[in-house]
Each structure stands twice: as C-alpha cells, then as structure tokens.
Design a protein around this ligand. Structure first.
Ligand SMILES: C[S@@+](CC[C@H](N)C(=O)[O-])C[C@H]1O[C@@H](n2cnc3c(N)ncnc32)[C@H](O)[C@@H]1O
Length: 301
C-alpha cells in the first residue's frame, strides 16, 4: 500500500468499538487505504472473516492478500445483498469511516479539493453518471438553492444558485475557475476558503447521494447485525453525524422513537457512546484529518 494513501483516524477507538470476536465476521464498508481493515485482521483468528467494500477502483490497489479477506467493489448502499451473495446473512460487526480518503482528496483530477484548478468531478465511483459540473450546468435554480443551503449550509444559497444559472448561459461551468468566475461577487471577502469548502461539500454530497446512501446503509445494518453485534460509524460533518446519532438512539432518522403497547421503546440499537468519541490532542497533532471526526458506536439489541 502507498504510505500516503490515507492515515486511519481513531484507529484504536474503532477497533475497541467493534469488540472483535476472533472467529467473527466483520465488515469494513469504507476500505480506502485499508488502515482499519489491516488492524481488524490482526484481531481475528484463523476462522475469522473480513469483508471490505469500496466503490472507488483506486482503493483496490490496497487489497490485502489474506485468505480471510474479501473485497467488494460496490457502494455500501448494497450491503445486505452483497453479504448474501458471499453467503453471510448475519455479521458480528460493521465499521464505516465515511467520506473521502486523503488519496481522493489529494488527486487533482478527482476534483474534490478547492486547492487545485481542476475539472469539477467529485465522483467517488469513477463510473458514476453524475459529476459536480453536471449538477452545476443542468440543475434548476431551485434545486441548486436547496443543495447549497441544505448540504453546504451556505448562507447566500439563493443568490449563489441564481449566479450559477445566469453564469452558465454565457459559458458552461466545467472547472473551479469557471465556477469562481460565475459567482465571484457572492464569495465573501476574507472567507473564501471556508465558503468554497461549504460549496464543495454540498456538491460532493449531491454527486454521491451521500445522505440517501447513508440512511439506506444504516437501515440495513440493523437487518444484518447479529444480536450483540457492533456498529461503529465515523463521520466528518454534522449532516452525516445527525442521521447516525438519530438512528442509533431512536432507530429512525426523523421523529421520536416508536413505542409498543406497553411503552417499550422499539429500536434496534443500544447506544454505547453517549457522546461522540473525538480525537485526542496527540492524534490531532499527528493527523489534521482527525479534527472533525466523530465516532459513534451502537450494539444490536
Ligand atoms: C475516509 S476513507 C476510509 C479510509 C480507511 N478507513 C482507511 O483507514 O484507509 C472512505 C473510503 O470509503 C469509500 N466510500 C465512501 N462512500 C462509499 C460508499 N457509499 N460505498 C463504498 N465506498 C465508499 C471512499 O471511496 C473511500 O475510499
């Protein structure tokens, strides 16, 4: 594996959270550089199994040569079906380390970073149909307004959407420079980096349907985890953390927990982490990517 592909975040905390049984079946749905997967394998015995998912073909170069390891080149939205295809109806633990890897972020042609002057792509799955440029050039003003506002929490989302729709008539928005040219007057002075990061977050979430995929994945975890099995999820912004927190606490994404006739709560998980686990000072110093990480753990009831 390339050393700089990705440095795993909260590695010990994730492994402890999985409470690994040596002969258990574990799933790492965000393989990336394989940092967490390698550590899981260290805790598994000869009869243990690790199944890793990643939708980015680049991650396949990090595949682990080990008879206990299976790689699935699919979106984790298809967790349950792929586990069945491999012959597993139930598993002992699932880990998700959401978002993009350092590798994806640092490759200019992937278009994830505002640091590079490149095409606005942002697909995690390189075969995916929708790119960020397509979102900007084809979506209605209303839809762009919602995406910037809800996924990016951009304050002037309405005027930004209008500027995109007006600007693209003159020249399609294909690159970061095209985008900046079209919306220049709306980027707050002195806050350009933060603003662009919010816009990029919004586009990335839309391109990869990240919120829908996350909700579908979480729902399936409750169906495939054995009783007592662990779900460990690490997120990097509040739009991801909110559904994770809500699903673990209430078994749903909106509204209050369901109760049966006797008032017993109907929910699939016991929350192990009352408060999200975050990186300590030592890790923050070693790895700036750990800055926004929030880890939540649930145990299947
Ligand atoms: C933050 S990185 C994981 C890093 C990994 N834990 C490590 O230590 O190297 C996230 C990875 O998950 C993949 N990924 C994100 N969303 C995915 C999805 N819905 N389905 C499959 N893979 C996904 C990305 O392509 C990326 O490689």
């Amino acid at each position: 594996m390339e050393n700089n592909y990705h440095v795993p975040v909260l590695l010990k905390e994730c492994i402890d959270g999985l409470a690994i049984k040596p002969n258990g079946v574990y799933v790492d749905v965000t393989f990336g550089g394989g940092g967490h997967s390698r550590e899981i394998l260290k805790h598994l015995g000869a009869a243990g199994v690790l199944i890793a998912f990643d939708q980015d073909p680049d991650a396949q170069r990090n595949k682990i040569d080990d008879p206990r390891f299976h790689f699935v080149d699919q979106n984790f939205a298809f967790l349950k079906n792929n586990l069945r295809l491999l012959g597993y109806k139930e598993v002992d633990g699932i880990l998700a380390d959401l978002g993009v890897s350092s590798h994806q972020f640092n490759e200019p042609e992937r278009g994830f970073s505002t640091r590079f002057e490149s095409a606005l792509d942002m697909r995690m799955d390189k075969q995916g149909k929708l790119t960020a440029a397509e979102v900007l050039n084809t979506y209605t003003e209303d839809k762009l307004h919602k995406i910037f506002g809800i996924y990016g929490e951009v304050k002037n989302a309405k005027s930004l959407a209008k500027a995109v729709v007006t600007g693209r008539v003159e020249q399609p928005i294909e690159t970061l420079a095209d985008f900046k040219k079209a919306v220049a007057v709306h980027i707050p002075k002195g806050k350009e980096n933060k603003y662009m990061a919010q816009v990029f977050q919004a586009l990335r979430i839309e391109v990869n349907a990240e919120i829908d995929v996350l909700e579908s994945f979480l729902t399936q975890t409750a169906e495939v985890l054995k009783n007592g099995g662990r779900l460990v999820v690490m997120s990097y912004h509040s739009l991801e953390d909110r559904p994770v927190k809500s699903f673990l606490a209430k078994g749903k994404f909106r509204g209050e927990v369901e109760k049966d006739f006797y008032g017993n709560e109907q929910k699939p998980f016991k929350v192990i982490t009352r408060k999200a686990v975050m990186a300590d000072a030592d890790e923050l110093e070693r790895n700036s990517r750990s800055r926004s990480a929030k880890l939540r753990i649930g145990e299947k009831l």
